[in-house]
Ligand binder design. Structure first.
Ligand code: ZN
Length: 526
């Protein structure tokens, strides 16, 4: 018999402590209780001192191939100013083969001393002879140098595409800053010249997710290049890696259209291992950081700007019906209050046409009107939220949305009180994938509108059962459920936010198997 007894100081879910030990067979929970009662001669034991076993932590929304790219491409997040950024790019260019493109991720204009995005002239000065593409950390804004623009055939005569824009200076010249769909042709052209992300790198990234305690994720995967420039076809990378990915991965596909989605679903159901098709991901707008989230009123720090609508309601409804027909979910990215209103309207129509609200998710749901918070609750659709966003936005969120809208930005308390099912996510590589600091941010909100905080158990619930439900899994301690746990060196419910941010994950178990994390696997602190 392949029984095993895992013993800690406590075994608990968000609701209560159920004992200090869990007895499992090869893949499932037999029972949870007290070690003294469950001990049987001959059954091996794993003892975790000073630790708590919780149902496996889940992240309902992250980008595994983007994370792999972030682990292997230069990060600009730590650059203090343009000079430091130029050094990183020059260094990256110096080690690449001739003619390949330089791509760098996690550009953050808010943390640069200049307080703005660099432009093509700066990039041309640093790397004049090959394409350069910088990706803002939100993934919605990029900066290209002249060689990258030329490679994509984009120039001053190119009109802004639908759902995107290209910044121009006072004379009409392109600055190299590309927003939303305007990033796509340039990213696709540059991607062809950047080294692809290998399936080994994807497996390592997934192992790094297990190392921070994640047993299952909602994986946002693009059928082609994706926004993390140079990553290659994200779907290819996931399908190739599938047999070796140690955690469960429900894949939500960013598809070109219904046929592309059907093909992706087929490839994912043919894939081996723990990877499966979960649905479609659609964009309704952009990011607060890039001023592209679609708002009802103008940005407080950019008069006249109300963001970018990316949703074509007819196309989106067709894709949504295709996904539902394939047994998949529908996840729509909406950050601004205008985009959220549009998405809830679309989802109301899907529900009228027979869709199960439990299959519908709004990704981020960041800024909401009071009316839409109530509507959300009545509809029963899930809000997939990212408390960790606040960690990167503490210095600028208030100036961007203004004091009145700030009260209804990341309104977790109001959503929970309205009965909206909440699923936690990191949107990694936008934020680090670590679920414990993410829970801490749900509780103390990094100081932003503390009235909207969640309780200790709600925060754990959001990254266990809440996120698990959103990815079609269960995270519970009932007999017969998968033996999927995270072992942490604190009790996530009684620990303070500061303790959660410092906490360590001791082990991750997926369906009865302890995920081995080889030393040398990079776990990224962001
Ligand atoms: Zn995302």
């Amino acid at each position: 018999m392949s029984r095993r007894l895992l013993i800690a100081d406590a075994v608990r879910d968000a609701a209560a402590v159920a004992g200090d030990a869990v007895l499992i067979d090869a893949t499932r929970i037999i029972t949870v209780g007290n070690a003294d009662a469950l001990r049987t001669p001959g059954v091996p034991e794993a003892r975790y001192r000073g630790a708590t076993i919780v149902p496996g932590l889940r992240d309902a929304h992250l980008h595994p191939v983007g994370y792999a790219a972030a682990l292997h491409r230069p990060s600009l997040k730590e650059a203090a100013d343009f000079l430091a950024l130029a050094d990183i790019l020059a260094e990256a260019a110096s080690v690449l083969p001739p003619r390949s493109a330089v791509t760098a991720l996690r550009l953050d204009d808010e943390s640069l001393a200049e307080g703005r995005l660099p432009d093509r002239d700066l990039l041309d000065r640093v790397v004049p002879d090959r394409p350069v593409l910088l990706v803002r950390y939100c993934g919605h804004v990029m900066v290209a140098n002249s060689a990258a623009l030329a490679l994509a055939g984009v120039d001053e005569r190119t009109p802004d595409p639908s759902g995107g824009s290209m910044d121009r200076d006072a004379t009409g010249r392109l600055t190299g800053v590309l927003r939303e769909t305007a990033t796509e042709p340039v990213a696709a052209a540059v991607q062809a010249l950047a080294p692809p992300i290998s399936s080994d790198q994807v497996v390592d990234a997934a192992t790094a997710l297990a190392a921070v305690g994640l047993t299952g994720v909602g994986a946002m995967v693009t059928s082609d290049a994706g926004c993390w420039a140079g990553a290659g076809s994200e779907l290819d990378a996931i399908v190739d890696a599938a047999g070796h990915i140690p955690i469960t991965m429900g894949v939500m596909v960013v598809a070109d259209g219904p046929q592309d989605l059907e093909r992706a679903a087929q490839r994912l159901s043919d894939a081996t291992g723990r990877v499966r098709f979960l649905g479609v991901k659609i964009f309704a707008d952009g990011s607060l950081g890039g001023h592209t989230a679609a708002m009802r009123e103008e940005y407080a720090d950019l008069p006249g700007e109300r963001g970018t609508d990316r949703l074509d309601p007819i196309w989106a409804a067709e894709l949504a019906h295709t996904s539902l027909g394939l047994g998949g979910n529908v996840a729509i990215h909406a950050i601004g209050d205008r985009a959220n209103g549009t998405v809830l309207g679309l989802m109301e129509r899907l529900i009228r046409d027979g869709a199960d609200p439990a299959m519908l998710r709004v990704e981020h749901a960041s800024v909401l009107t009071e009316d839409d918070i109530s509507r959300f609750g009545r509809m029963g659709v899930t809000a997939c939220v990212q408390p960790a966003f606040m960690a990167s936005e503490t210095t600028w969120l208030r100036k961007r949305v203004g004091p009145a809208r700030l009260l209804r930005t990341y309104p977790f308390r109001s959503l929970a009180d309205a009965g909206v099912p909440l699923a936690g996510g990191s949107d990694c590589p936008v934020e680090p994938p670590h679920p414990l600091p993410n829970m801490a941010a749900a509780r103390d909100r990094c100081g932003i509108v503390p009235e909207q905080a969640l309780t200790h158990s709600e925060a754990l619930e959001m990254f266990t059962d809440g996120a698990a439900r959103a990815i079609g899994e269960v995270a519970s301690l009932r007999p017969g459920d998968p033996a999927t746990f995270t072992v942490v060196d604190v009790d996530p419910v009684t620990a303070t936010p500061a303790e959660l941010r410092r906490a360590r994950v001791l082990d991750t178990w997926v369906a009865g198997t302890r995920v081995p994390v080889p030393t040398g696997v990079i776990t990224w602190q962001g």
